[in-house]
Design a protein around this ligand. Structure first.
Ligand code: ADP
Ligand code: ZN
Ligand code: MG
Length: 475
């Protein structure tokens, strides 16, 4: 048997910290960039007994917007529950989460069916093994956290990564979160199982493992690929997959057993008595109309529009959608000037972004007005592609009117027949042997003359015109 005799099944559980001014249940600042430990803390988010949590409206709105974007069903009734467990990073002895009544049910993102999205609080952050001590930082404690669960409908690592990337993009578009995996702002857990196709019960799922500590998209991909083959190999060797939580070890590129899976009854969930139950439909600010007003164009809508309006490849549109500043810049450049769209796509993606990176500058370095003008000069053949690149490099150093910059630096493409003819005649008369070579059928001789002509005009001659005049002069 080989890997083709098995089908892998993957379901994702993704946590994402939400961007809000204060934490989920208190007025402490929600600041993921705070580097000093235990600064944004109060008795509520440190779990002191007798304190009372208060719901954060902004966090609820974020989840509802996400719910609308993915076409999910918004709960009419919702409440929060206590998920009881002991751990130093959760001093209350429970995490406030949602169990029975998640804010959002169903929906679909990037072709993947979703189970639910609920809202809970993040835990504190513990750091172990610093001089045989463990440290706890409560800055993150009670930061609003959403949890999204997909149905077990993914069958390969690539699709899982694509889904996670689309979610990251959505969160960023909605202003709901930064969702950097590397910073722990978004945490992906992959549930993975394999089932033999040969088995008559092939429709049945195999036993799943849950893989954690995936701190990058690359890690998500590699961990899923590894775990699928580990499970297949185990089964092939007569073993059985254990339902367990596994960690991903970046260095060895393997997963390792962490603990046997706990099940929900271990948490003894019960409704949080200190928070109000909510009827979403009764809160005007939570209505679809109000939330839609605050929602800009969604990433997949933008993707479709750009492809349709400007005929872009998948790779091209990806840059514009994933980097909204670059996308907006492009749209501003070509606004009302669709004839320069194709040129603008090429010059932004292949030249401009590279130059900016080299100079460490932002996308607005060349004003959209000047960039647009530069494209129109290329379109009108006033600039050769060489001349355009040189002009752009100069404009990145110091923005200005491309007409003036090109003129000043002798970059305007020479289309003056008389002038080119003068230059060509001179070159030809200086190189009689090359003329003979050409007449004896040596094609390279023509290339030599074109090269000389370009050199003499510092690359500013219109190459087609140069060739035409050259042929006339040689006769
Ligand atoms: P549990 O009760 O163990 O938490 P759930 O049914 O709540 O399991 O599902 C948790 C996640 O695991 C979901 O994303 C779901 O899609 C996924 N999942 C469930 N069963 C499987 C399976 N057999 N293989 C892969 N993923 C699965
Ligand atoms: Zn607090
Ligand atoms: Mg579950």
């Amino acid at each position: 048997m080989n890997d083709k005799d098995y089908i892998a099944t993957i379901g994702l559980e993704i946590h994402a910290e939400l961007k809000t001014s204060s934490k989920m249940f208190c007025s402490c600042k929600n600041d993921p960039d705070e580097e000093r430990p235990n600064v944004n803390v109060c008795p509520i988010c440190m779990g002191h007994p007798g304190t009372l949590p208060v719901l954060n409206k902004q966090a609820i709105k974020h989840v509802l917007k996400i719910g609308h974007a993915i076409g999910g069903t918004i709960a009419d009734f919702t409440e929060w529950d206590r998920k009881n467990y002991f751990y130093p990073d959760i001093p209350k002895g429970y995490q406030i989460s949602q169990y029975k009544y998640p804010l959002v049910s169903g929906g679909n993102l990037a072709g993947i069916d979703l189970t639910r999205i609920h809202l809970e609080e993040d835990t504190a952050q513990s750091t172990h093994d610093t001089h045989h001590k463990s440290l706890i930082n409560f800055n993150r404690s009670s930061v609003p956290l959403m949890e999204l669960v997909t149905e077990p409908v993914i069958h390969d690592a690539e699709t899982a990564v694509k889904f996670a990337k689309e979610l990251q993009l959505l969160l960023r578009y909605l202003g709901a979160g930064e969702a950097n995996l590397e910073k722990g702002e978004m945490r992906v857990e992959a549930n993975i199982s394999v089932a033999s196709l040969a088995n008559t019960e092939a429709k049945k799922f195999g036993t799943k493992t849950e893989v954690k500590n995936l701190n990058s998209f690359k890690a998500v991909e590699k961990a899923i690929v590894f775990e699928i083959s580990r499970q297949i190999e185990l089964i092939e060797n007569g073993g059985k997959v254990q339902q367990e939580t596994r960690g991903w070890d970046e260095n060895s590129g393997t997963t390792y057993s962490q603990r046997l899976k706990e099940s929900s009854h271990d948490y003894r969930y019960f409704p949080e008595p200190d928070l109000p139950k909510l009827k979403i439909s009764e809160v005007a600010e939570f209505s679809k109309e109000e939330l839609t007003k605050e929602t800009s164009e969604l990433p997949w809508i933008k993707r479709e529009r750009l492809v349709k309006d400007f005929i872009m490849t998948e790779k091209e549109v990806a840059v514009f959608v994933e980097s909204p500043e670059v996308g907006n810049y492009f749209e501003e450049v070509v606004k009302g000037e669709s004839e320069i769209a194709k040129l603008s796509i090429n010059y932004i993606l292949t030249d401009y972004l590279g130059l900016l990176k080299k100079e460490g500058k932002g996308v607005e370095t060349i004003s959209t007005k000047n960039f647009s003008k530069l494209m129109k000069m290329i379109e009108a053949k006033k600039l050769s592609s060489r001349g355009a690149k040189d002009a752009m490099a100069l404009m990145v150093k110091e923005d200005g009117d491309p007409e003036i910059i090109a003129e000043k630096n002798g970059l305007i493409q020479k289309s003056d027949e008389g002038e080119i003819k003068k230059i060509v005649t001179e070159i030809v008369s200086k190189n009689p042997t090359v003329v003979t070579d050409y007449k004896n059928g040596k094609e390279a001789a023509l290339q030599f003359f074109i090269g000389q002509g370009m050199k003499a005009t510092k690359g500013s001659a219109n190459p087609e015109l140069l060739k035409k005049i050259l042929l006339e002069v040689i006769g």
